[in-house]
Ligand binder design. Sequence first.
Ligand SMILES: [Zn+2]
Ligand SMILES: [Zn+2]
Length: 294
Amino acid sequence: MSLSTPRGLPTLGFGPSSRRATSISAWFAGRIEPVTTAVNRLFVLLCGFEIIPRTISTRGRGERILISVPITAYLLDTDHGWILFDAGLDEANLRDPARLATNFLLKGWDPPPVVQDHHEMEPQLKHIGIGFEDISAVILSHLHADHSGHIKRLGHADLYVQRREMEHAMSSVAGPAWFARDYDLPGLRWHLLDGDHRLMPGIDLLATPGHTPGHMSALLELPETGMVLLAGDVGDLMENFDEEILPGEASDDAEALASIRRINRLVEETDTTLMLTHDPNLLLGLRLAPDYYG
Ligand SMILES: [Zn+2]
Ligand SMILES: [Zn+2]
């Protein structure tokens, strides 16, 4: 069987696994090419809720309607260690009154997000039997505060982000949803990516810019569940994909629409399950950690 990397997808840091052959690369390479997945289990971490005008999720739809959307992160058990997809929101930014004011209320992020004790990431990891120290790599869809909160506890891990995202996040034009103190920290092990990238067999990172300049998604292959696409904030709601509706805020509308269409095409052409970060209806049908998808 071929274990080669599809054209244009460099492999970085992780070798092939030997468990089973799949066709995850078909969509990338335009041909069926057997690939072996190193992913064993996928856990859904529910990390809190945001109460937002519906227009934040769906451009021009529902200005007066407030919706409560989950903050979701995902944890992967792989042959090469535990890998986190997004790092949730740091509850410390909410618990401390001064940080609550500066990070949220004074910026107009009001009401602020809700992170109850059982939404905190650490106890959820503990239920699975691990801690932050056991996580070897983190894939960051983008660096908004609801996706980058716990980076500060993952200084030992390899952090994967698109170069365009990092450059924007570190610049003076980054908006109020970027909390530099959550990620502009010394000693972090950043790996800056330029476009699509095969992290390991069974994990392909897709550049899906538009919501932010360097947004990316992750296409996974699971042993039983099959292909799963973690689409981050390309669209908060399934409605964004079903009706090709732009997110409320985008760094580039044309890119945001192209990314929605890229994901729709992938889902149409392959048997892929779409999992989002912020869709409350989708959440109702998901198994939450410590349950998992094999
Ligand atoms: Zn975002
Ligand atoms: Zn988000």
